[in-house]
Design a protein around this ligand. Structure first.
Ligand SMILES: [Zn+2]
Ligand SMILES: [Zn+2]
Length: 146
């Protein structure tokens, strides 16, 4: 059964990351893996379906622990709440819709960080470049402006 497979996988990944396995952690990891780019409110709404009474604060705590452990990645596009995703470690970038705030993954321009280097790095050793592309998503492009 698909739900069981997802659940077992989440348990294994949490354990492999050296974290204690708890029901909220398993639920949150499974939800983000299934859901793409979700903010804490959206995660809490879905956690509530299986673990009613889970507070927003505990969802934040779980998201923070999973992010610190490298199981989730947090992105913060301008004017959006922090979003969480399970695709980590590949330096991919995001494209954000300026109208509806839809977020999609795009592969790294170069393949590894830093994929952009400034002409003058002001003495810094650059290790990463955070790139966000902005545009209109396919749905918004189909709709007339207004
Ligand atoms: Zn859009
Ligand atoms: Zn992403």
């Amino acid at each position: 059964m698909e739900i069981t497979a997802t659940h077992d996988d989440a348990v294994a990944r949490i354990r492999a990351a050296g974290l204690k396995v708890t029901a909220p952690r398993v639920a949150v990891l499974g939800i983000v893996e299934a859901g793409g780019h979700l903010d804490a409110d959206a995660v809490r709404a879905r956690v509530g379906e299986t673990l009613p009474g889970t507070s927003l604060q505990s969802v934040y705590n779980v998201l923070g622990a999973l992010t610190d452990a490298g199981l989730l990645r947090r992105i913060e596009p301008a004017e959006s709440p922090a979003l969480y995703e399970s695709r980590t470690g590949d330096n991919h970038h995001h494209v954000v819709c300026t109208r509806c705030r839809a977020v999609a993954d795009v592969d790294c321009v170069i393949g590894e960080p830093p994929c952009l280097v400034p002409a003058d790095a002001a003495g810094f050793a650059i290790h990463t470049a955070e790139v966000t592309f902005w545009g209109l998503c396919a749905n918004c492009r189909r709709e007339p402006a207004g």
